[in-house]
Design a protein around this ligand. Sequence first.
Ligand SMILES: Cc1cc2nc3c(=O)[nH]c(=O)nc-3n(C[C@H](O)[C@H](O)[C@H](O)COP(=O)(O)OP(=O)(O)OC[C@H]3O[C@@H](n4cnc5c(N)ncnc54)[C@H](O)[C@@H]3O)c2cc1C
Length: 386
Amino acid sequence: MTEILILGAGYTGMGAAMGLAGRLKRREDVRITLVNPQTRFTERLRLHQAASGEELADLQIPDRLAGSGVDFVQGWVTSIHADAKTVRIDDEYELRYDALVYALGSVADTESVPGVDEFAYTLDSAHEAETLAAQLDRLGNATVVVAGGGLTGVESAAEIAEQHPDADVILLSRDEPGSMMGAKARARLHAGLARLGVHVRAGADIVKVMADGVALADGEVVAAQAVLWTTGVRVSPLAATAGLQVDGRGRIITDESLRSVSHPNVYAIGDAAAIRQSYGVMHGTCQSGIPTSMHAAASIVRELKGKQPKPFRFGYVHQPVSLGRHDAVIQFTHADDTPARFYLAGRLAAAYKETVSSSPWTTYRLIRAMPSIGSMTWRRGAGTTS
Ligand SMILES: Cc1cc2nc3c(=O)[nH]c(=O)nc-3n(C[C@H](O)[C@H](O)[C@H](O)COP(=O)(O)OP(=O)(O)OC[C@H]3O[C@@H](n4cnc5c(N)ncnc54)[C@H](O)[C@@H]3O)c2cc1C
């Protein structure tokens, strides 16, 4: 029996499971196992909605895998023994693998500033988002600091301001929010935030989080009853501890086919992988992560057939950012994620963003039914199949 083990059932782990299930339907000599701590799928793309009080769908992973031939194991990966090709679960038992798909994603970086772990909320799980939502309900007209002006910070500040119009929402950021967008889309993003009453303060360097606010590098204290931390992400130390070659941020360095450069029987995908393209190392998004999962599935199947995996090519398409439930800005991009001329805003953009957020599950159904689309190379302007 050939054992394929997938670690993490987030957006990319699910994509790899569905891609492999579709392709290996008739192979009784291959077992696919998916490991995740929770049975409920975390819709990370919607956690800012959950933090503002919206109830998310209860997507149960075992239900979604039913009939696919993929075994589900509920548990935490506590260590990986790359040389023995085993993974330890809950520090209790081991699973063996011939091919490993490492899809453990990332979490909010709470270690770089003191006080974050103790006093700030994060958007790492539905439970944490729901805890913040309950606190915002209790607080009423509170001051809420959202730390970090990336897309997650912007979406969160907008959503909280819309759902809690009595709250004073302050978006604190080192860089100008929307700095990766073109000038027109960025101006539209700021207009949308202003309309919702979000106070944007760029150039703010937070050095400490306290029970009653945050301290800035220039000595100012911004008082707040709740702080949401979205300044960046970090990855699990498991790969580095296992001796896999990682980059400065702990992400597994891959070859052009997404295999670990130090351990080629390990495929690394999604936020946990450092994948180089012609324009540089990709940054973690669902947009790029799901194609990596499909490519890994197709490559493992090629290797099972004695063929070489193909190189992975990817180009970005858009930077979608919601501004509450009825507004959004979609900056269309060049393949390297720099802004193109066109952007979309308003209700049409909000509908576009909603389609993006619900698209992973449609994609999984599609690749399970038609696995050949999983071997597409995602080179912009040349979507070729192999
Ligand atoms: C609020 C918010 C909005 C976002 N919006 C967008 C967007 O609009 N577009 C976009 O492209 N991207 C967006 N992103 C980024 C996107 O969510 C991530 O890039 C994507 O989730 C990465 O997928 P992944 O599979 O690598 O990791 P994840 O989806 O995080 O999945 C990782 C999985 O691994 C599991 N895991 C972790 N450690 C262990 C362990 N030790 N043992 C077992 N299992 C473990 C986790 O529980 C999880 O299920 C957003 C992120 C946030 C927080």
